[in-house]
Write a protein that binds this ligand. Structure first.
Ligand SMILES: O=P(O)(O)OC[C@H]1O[C@H](O[C@H]2O[C@H](CO)[C@@H](O)[C@H](O)[C@H]2O)[C@H](O)[C@@H](O)[C@@H]1O
Length: 249
């Protein structure tokens, strides 16, 4: 199982630092991880995701998959580690560049930077922020790129490594480690945002399926949908119940 965090396990809230997961969802994810191998694939840094989720049973792929930490304590896989200094520099530069925009905030996620505008009220300030981010990255940090999320601009390494690549890597590592028969694996990925689409595409190629969390129909590579994090929690609980019933047969 592969699970995104924000908007999937927790509802979207105004302040990123307050995206806490409910105790019920934590229990559901704990039970899930005891039943199926479970990984979190998130835009947050691994440290932040672990801080919110607080479950050691999980594997974590933070910073949009660029920091992969298995639950066995082996060294993390960080394919874009050479970008760390430039990301740190870009974080400081972007903080300075959007300082005057009321409601803007900049979040360092180790291998990427999120520039948030959810709390920016005026449309012209939102446009200003988007332009500043694009201009700063293009002119001052040509090795980085900008992608869009939910009321956020994500500044990431230019080299390609996305959530889809992270899912491929995790599937390969876990299959080898547990000597799984790959024809008997059914990978499932649940996510709510554009960056999750890279993972949905990989899931189809790998014989699994994606579930997009969205209130209304969206153009997506996912085969199925759930309406909100509360439906996600129910789905995870049902999956665990189903597996346990199968084991009793
Ligand atoms: O891959 P994810 O786990 O979905 O992370 C994507 C980004 O999520 C967070 O931002 C989003 O959620 C915030 C809290 O609900 C919300 O305030 C913000 O507007 C959303 O864009 C997180 O703060 C980012 O760093 C992640 O990249």
């Amino acid at each position: 199982m592969f699970l995104d965090y924000d908007g999937t396990l927790t509802p979207i809230v105004k302040k990123p630092e307050r995206a806490f997961m409910s105790e019920q969802t934590r229990n559901a994810v704990r039970e899930l991880a005891m039943t199926f191998s479970t990984s979190i694939v998130t835009g947050r840094s691994c440290d932040k995701a672990k801080g919110f989720i607080q479950l050691d049973e999980l594997h974590y792929a933070g910073s949009h998959g660029q920091d992969i930490q298995l639950n066995d304590g082996t060294d993390p896989f960080q394919p874009n580690s050479e970008y760390l200094p430039v990301i740190a520099e870009a974080t400081e530069r972007l903080k300075e560049a959007v300082r005057e925009i009321k409601g803007a905030s900049v979040e360092n996620n180790k291998f990427c930077v999120s520039v948030h505008y959810r709390e920016v009220r005026r449309e012209k300030d939102k446009d200003l922020l988007k332009n500043i981010v694009m201009r700063t990255v293009t002119e001052e940090f040509p090795d980085l790129k900008v992608t869009n999320g939910k009321k956020v601009r994500e500044v990431r390494p230019g080299a390609k490594f996305d959530k889809g690549d992270a899912v491929k890597y995790l599937l390969q590592q876990l299959t080898n480690k547990h000597s799984w028969d790959s024809s008997r694996i059914l990978p499932i990925y649940i996510g709510d945002d554009k960056t999750d689409e890279d993972a949905f595409k990989v899931l189809s190629e790998e014989g699994g399926f994606g579930i997009r969390v969205c209130k209304w129909r969206k153009r997506t590579a996912a085969e199925y949908s759930l309406k909100n994090p509360s439906e996600v929690k129910e789905f995870l609980e049902k999956l665990v119940r189903w597996r346990r019933e199968q084991d009793q047969v």
